[in-house]
Design a protein around this ligand. Structure first.
Ligand code: NCD
Length: 309
């Protein structure tokens, strides 16, 4: 049977996502129940681009399930440096592992790999395009904080042009009734037109603004902050001009709604001041923890495994 892959959050139906989040919530409560589900299984992490959280949370997820991990954490240390294609690499990895997570600077590289793979391939971030497992993490975090998605007012702030986590999250949230977006970015880093057009076609209310202030934060349920994606800029001057465009600090938090939670996929640079970390609305570190639970649920799902009843 052809393996199932995860390239975009839309690869799972809303009901499937709900079921995945239910499993993740159960893992949070009863981790010992899942400690041997992946005994004897191997996860390959194929990371052609830097990562801390995504790669290590995948590895932690597989280890928590009793499985083992192998892989590489930079293109330089793999045969990509010798010119090997992702198609050939995944053909070979299919002989070594049961499931693979791939991060690549080129949009679409994990999709190409999935077409040549005998094992499930998970897109762990492809260039400025998509980052579906961060989205699963974000959805689980939002559900645990708000209990639902319908009618939520979501603010997204920072580098909306290159920020792949933003593109994936908007895609995923667009399927829930009553969702609306407030998009806060510098002119040069506005959301790509393909994402804007897709939202418009679905009739989703969107407001775009340059300011992060009381008027744009008013009424928000979630404010999703992102860093300026330095590695995707063509020149360093543009990056330097834009890198500190937004700084959310405790001063600004005073103007924000009392129940507006702050999420961030991390790594943070300067866009959230450390003085916000102790604010009860700051949920970005909790979010990183949810990333492990949802990746455990995802690995089990794609391998067709579940704990013994
Ligand atoms: C994000 C990414 O890689 O896109 N990081 C992550 O996976 N948590 C966000 C970022 O790098 O800014």
């Amino acid at each position: 049977m052809a393996p199932r892959h995860l390239m975009s959050p839309l690869d799972f139906s809303v009901d499937e996502l709900e079921a995945l989040m239910d499993v993740a919530a159960d893992i949070e409560k009863n981790p010992e129940k899942y400690a041997h589900v992946c005994d004897g299984k191997k996860l390959a992490t194929l990371f052609y681009e830097p990562s801390t959280r995504t790669r290590l949370s995948f590895e932690a997820a597989m280890l928590n399930l009793g499985g083992k991990v192998l892989g590489f954490s930079s293109a330089d240390s793999s045969s990509a440096a010798k010119g090997e294609s992702v198609a050939d690499t995944i053909r070979v990895i299919s002989c070594y592992a049961d499931i693979a997570a791939m991060r690549h600077p080129k949009e679409g590289a994990p999709l190409v790999a999935s077409l040549h793979s005998r094992i499930p391939v998970i897109n762990a971030g492809d260039g400025g395009h998509q980052h579906p497992t961060q989205t699963l993490t974000d959805l689980l975090t939002i559900r645990s904080l708000k209990g639902h998605f319908d009618g939520l007012k979501i603010g997204l702030c920072g580098d909306l042009k290159f920020g792949r986590t933003v593109h994936s999250l908007m895609n995923a949230l667009s399927r829930y009734p009553g969702i609306s977006f407030t998009l806060i970015s510098p002119e040069e880093l506005r959301i790509p037109s393909y994402v804007r057009d897709a939202m418009k076609a679905l009739g989703i209310p969107m407001r775009e603004d340059v300011r992060l202030d009381e008027s744009t934060m008013k009424d928000l349920d979630i404010l999703y902050m992102t860093r300026v994606q330095r590695e995707r800029f063509f020149n360093e001057e543009d990056y330097i001009r834009m890198k500190d465009f937004y700084i959310l600090d405790s001063e600004k938090m005073r103007l924000a709604p009392k129940d507006m939670y702050i999420l961030h996929p991390l790594p943070r640079v300067n866009e959230i001041s450390v003085d916000v970390d102790n604010d009860p609305r700051a949920k970005y570190f909790a979010q990183a923890q949810y990333g492990v639970y949802i990746r455990m649920a995802l690995i089990m799902n794609l391998l067709g495994l579940a704990p013994e009843a």
